[in-house]
Design a protein around this ligand. Sequence first.
Ligand SMILES: Nc1ncnc2c1ncn2[C@@H]1O[C@H](COP(=O)(O)OP(=O)(O)O)[C@@H](O)[C@H]1O
Ligand SMILES: [Mg+2]
Length: 270
Amino acid sequence: MAEKMLELQNVCKTFNPGTINEKVALNGLNLTLNAGDFVTVIGGNGAGKSTMLNAVAGVWPIDEGKITIGGVDVTGLPDYKRASLIGRVFQDPMTGTAATMQIEENLALAYRRGKPRLPFKTQISKAEREMYKERLSILDLGLEDRLTAKVGLLSGGQRQALTLLMATLQTPKILLLDEHTAALDPKTAEKVLNATEKVVSKAGLTTMMITHNMRDAIAHGNRLIMMSEGRIILDISGEEKKNLTVETLLHKFEEVSGEEFDNDQALLSK
Ligand SMILES: Nc1ncnc2c1ncn2[C@@H]1O[C@H](COP(=O)(O)OP(=O)(O)O)[C@@H](O)[C@H]1O
Ligand SMILES: [Mg+2]
C-alpha cells in the first residue's frame, strides 16, 4: 500500500452562514492522495477548487470533517502551525517573491524559514550558494547565472518559477499550485509548467495543481480530478488519464453533473 500523504474526509465549508450571502463551498469533500501523486484539478468557476486548497493550508477553520497531511492531523491547526508541511504558489507573479531583493536573498529567506539557528540577515555560505545554483538550473531558465540579480528585473514567468523553487526548497509534504500559470502568456506558461514538472519529479513531491486549462490538466500529472459544487465528481488516473482528450472530459462532465461545463476559458485556451 502506498503511503497516504493527504487525506480529506467529509470536509465542509460554508461562507457567510445564515446570511443572504451564504455559500456552500465544500460539501462533504473526500480525497486521498498517495505520496508522489501529482493531481491536476479542474472545474468551473466557483466549483470550490481554491477553497479546497485553502482548507488544506488552514486559511480558516473548516466546519466539519478531518484533514491529515503526511499522517499528521492538522484539522485544528492554524495555518502557521502547518506551514512547514506545505508549499504554495498562487496566480500573481508579483506576490511570491520580494522584488527589491536579489534572487539568492529570496532563496535564503525561504531556506531560513523556521530555522532559527541560521542568521536572518542573509549570510549565504559557499555551499548554500552552490545548492541554489543547482536548484535554479533545474528550472532551465538561465537563472543559475544571475544569483545577485534583483528579482524585480525578472519576467513574470521567471518570478513564478522562482516562487515555485522557494516553496519547495524545504521539501514540503504537499505542494499546492492555484492557477500559477494563468496570468502568463501561453509560451511562458508552458515554460513554467515544464519547470514545475521538473521540480516536482526531481523531489517526488505530492502535488495538487489547479488549472483552468483542460489540455494542461490532461498533459501533466498522474491523476486528474474535476470538481463541481464543492465535491469531486470525476477522479481519473493511470491509463485512463493518459488517454483523455478535452472532448471526453467535457462529455464526462456533462454526464456526471447533468449540466454544461461553464468555464469558457477551458474551451477557449490554446
Ligand atoms: N473567503 C470567502 N468568502 C466568501 N465566499 C467565498 C470565499 N472564498 C470562496 N467563496 C465562495 O465559495 C465558492 C467557491 O469558491 P472558490 O473555491 O474560489 O472557487 P474556484 O476556485 O473553483 O473558482 C464561490 O461561490 C466563492 O464565491
Ligand atoms: Mg480559484
